[in-house]
Design a protein around this ligand. Structure first.
Ligand SMILES: [Ca+2]
Ligand SMILES: [Ca+2]
Ligand SMILES: [Ca+2]
Length: 543
């Protein structure tokens, strides 16, 4: 089906540059790289180049390999994939060949645009050095990079790790600082931070962050879409020497006067599952703030169909939220003891600016704490320890928060601004009306629609909200560094004076994006959607 490659230019891989030939590439070409190949290959299938690192160092990208070309990787260790410069439309694809497992020590995109990396296994444990700060980095000058279908880990098995390893030896997964980046269907395990996003217009879709010691997801850039991700099992607390306060998802604004003085616009959190710990006996555990957004403002956000199961008071908390909605989420404690039970909270920014124009609707949560101007609070149910079992298939570990057919949440929600799909991609409503919580009860024969085509929300409580206004959140603390002084919110309701600090950099260029663009981003999720997953294990990676 793929046509043969165009004439290839032999790569001299002994450190010499390629001949200065520039292919015209009216048609896309394919190249092959195989660590088991003999030296001196020409990049053809029969005579592959040896490693991806050598292909980069030989200068093949942007010369022999042009926009729209594909580089197929065969099994074996390819070194580090460190790309600098170049702007490719259509993108260059670097992907695992069918049935092959290429391995990389790390990946870095710097000042470059137009890439797809797919199917690699990325870990410093493959290389000579065993530690890397962040395994996949996409810097502020890069854009239009997709990383998908990869597995990314510090070590394959961290069961022998103690606190020191979780704090000091764990690499972070992915840092996204450029714009227009897609991170999809990756398995990120045994890391410090999972996926951190500073760049605008990111799509973080259907990834799994399992076993982490700091924050699972961070979203500081405008118009980011975080959907259908699984984040579970957090490690090491202050008692273990970890000064990070751990969150499933965290955001904060950065303005001219620092953290908490800007605005993060237009973020969507949809259908994500956060589990503090799936094993009640997990060693070196910590309490996790579920969705912790303590330094607003947060404007034009949509928070829908998320599941938060955590051992903390902060289930879903926004300090300074405007023109947003929090609809059809499910929030419970991992157990029936303090800390917790977790709440859905909308409150003032720490500078006193009240939240305003926020809808809180169709949620199932163990507590609520809502204040501000024009805060709509309807069709929410407060769960208690004694009623949990009447709602959910399994409200205790290993947790399955799908509704029982007799759950009092069924058909009792409001259709107004409810998501058109549930967290599994089941279309709403089923039966006589919208259900409360993240999952719509349905007959077994009902299957998920292919649904990254998500309902186009209007983003604001009145429908008039949206991602407008100056961007205040460009250029913010990097993921994975130790530069972030953390919010510490271990207390009860009155003790939530959390401050998220961090090194700040010059805010990036202002990005003025209307809601049409946000919808376009949502539409990007249409190509892949995991199959309907019952239960919270979500199973292996979906195709
Ligand atoms: Ca921790
Ligand atoms: Ca608890
Ligand atoms: Ca229903």
């Amino acid at each position: 089906m793929r046509r043969p490659s165009s004439p290839l230019f032999a790569l001299v891989l002994a450190g010499c540059a390629l001949p200065p030939l520039v292919a015209t590439n009216a048609n896309a070409s394919e190249f092959f790289v195989d660590p088991a190949a003999a030296a001196g290959g020409d990049g053809s299938s029969a005579s592959p180049w040896q490693t991806l690192e050598q292909v980069v160092s030989a200068g093949a990208f942007g010369t022999t390999i042009q926009a729209g070309d594909t580089v197929w990787l065969r099994s074996g260790y390819h070194g580090a994939f460190v790309i600098k410069n170049g702007d490719y439309t259509p993108p260059i694809t670097v992907a695992a060949a069918a049935g092959q497992t290429p391995t990389l020590g790390r990946v870095s995109f710097s000042a470059t645009k137009g890439w797809v990396l797919a199917g690699a296994s990325i870990s410093p444990s493959y290389g000579a050095t065993s530690t890397v700060d962040t395994l996949v980095t996409i810097d502020t000058s890069s854009a239009r990079v997709t990383v998908k279908d990869c597995e990314i880990f510090s070590v394959k098995d961290a069961s022998a790790w103690g606190a020191t390893e979780w704090i000091n030896s764990a690499s972070s997964g992915i840092s996204v600082r450029g714009a227009g980046v897609t991170i999809a269907n990756n398995d990120i395990t045994n890391v410090r931070f999972g996926i951190g996003v500073d760049g605008a217009d990111a799509l973080i879709d259907n990834n799994r962050v399992v076993n982490f010691s700091a924050d699972g997801l961070r979203g500081l850039g405008d118009n980011g879409v975080f959907q259908y991700n699984l984040v579970k099992n957090v490690y090491v607390s202050g008692d273990d020497g970890d000064d990070n306060h751990d969150d499933g998802f965290q955001s904060w604004s950065v303005g001219v006067d620092g953290v908490g003085t800007g605005v993060v616009h237009g973020v969507v959190l949809r259908g994500n599952v956060f589990i503090n710990r799936e094993d009640p006996n997990q060693k070196l555990t910590n309490s996790m703030q579920g969705i912790g957004c303590f330094d607003g403002m947060f404007d034009g956000w949509v928070v829908e169909n998320n599941v938060v199961i955590t051992d903390h008071w902060h289930g879903i908390s926004f300090y300074g939220m405007t023109n947003s909605r929090i609809v059809n989420n499910t929030v419970i404690d991992v157990n029936d003891t303090s800390p917790g039970p977790p709440w859905i909270m909308v409150t003032a920014n720490k500078d006193g600016t009240p939240s305003s124009n926020v809808i809180v609707r169709n949620n199932l949560a163990t507590d609520y704490d809502l204040s501000g101007t024009a805060i709509t609070d309807d069709h929410n149910t407060t769960l208690t320890g004694t009623t949990l079992a009447t709602f959910f298939v399994s409200p205790t570990a290993p947790f399955d928060l799908h509704l029982l057919p007799t759950a009092p949440a069924i058909d009792t929600g409001s259709a107004d601004q409810a998501p058109l799909l549930d967290a599994d991609g089941i279309s709403r409503p089923q039966g006589g009306g919208i259900d409360l919580g993240a999952y719509e009860w349905h007959e077994p024969a009902v299957v998920a629609v292919d649904g990254g085509t998500t309902p186009a929300g209007t983003g604001g409580a009145s429908g008039a909200g949206g991602a407008t206004g100056p961007s205040g959140a460009g250029g913010t603390p990097a993921t994975g560094g130790s530069t972030t002084t953390n919010d510490s919110n271990a207390g009860g309701k009155s003790g939530c004076a959390c401050t998220t600090g961090g090194t700040t950099s010059t805010p990036g260029p202002s990005v003025l994006l209307g809601f049409g663009f946000l919808l376009a981003i949502r539409a990007r999720g249409t190509s892949r959607r995991r199959a309907s997953c019952r239960g919270l294990g979500l199973g292996p990676r979906a195709g």
